[in-house]
Ligand binder design. Sequence first.
Ligand code: MN
Length: 237
Amino acid sequence: MTKTAPRKPIIGITVSRNYDSRQLWLPYAYSRRIEEAGALPLLIPPMDPAAAVSLAGSLHGLLLSGGGDVSPFYYGEEPQPGLDEVDAQRDAWEFALVRAAIPGELPLLGICRGLQILNVILGGTLIQDLSGPDFLQHRQKAPRSHPSHTVEIHRHTRLAHILGAGHLAVNSFHHQAPAVVATGLKKTATAPDGVIEALEDGEHRFLLGVQWHPESLHHPASTFLFRAFVNAAAAVL
Ligand code: MN
């Protein structure tokens, strides 16, 4: 009998493109965290949306990474002055990929932009720009590994089950956030200014998004989150 290594789940991770679309990039921390949690990270560039069903069928989980703004056309708005760079091809690809992933309940984790695009794909809208006196500073000036504001994790949610309910200090590198929450999603963490910092679908096997960057935050909660995601992916092996 030959000994075979135990199979590991394959987690697709979407990536960004630079402004002239000549290079792809992803902070290494995303793939390291997935690897440390026991899965194989597979980086996914924007592709022809027609490939989405085939690709989704080859994965055991999908991590939607951070990046630029989602085009407001996708939620029925015109661009406002605070909107940053958008990548229409990346948006179209991630829309197709998530739509292909949902019927089979592929475990999905959205981080920052990933949370935002999940909300938009499922029918929600975004605040285009959080700058101004109504909001905390969500674009922190401190290093990525430093927490900069708190969030309250709401009880009786999957997120609270994984991280514990109550206050958690998180990092913050976003200037957009969910406005109208998509039907089927619920708010699971909120910043002190009311900004939505996490969403989930309680009926899905694992569909969850956070506005902060756990891949860069050295806190046990980050490890718990990636482990929970990888465990959900391992269950569909
Ligand atoms: Mn924030």
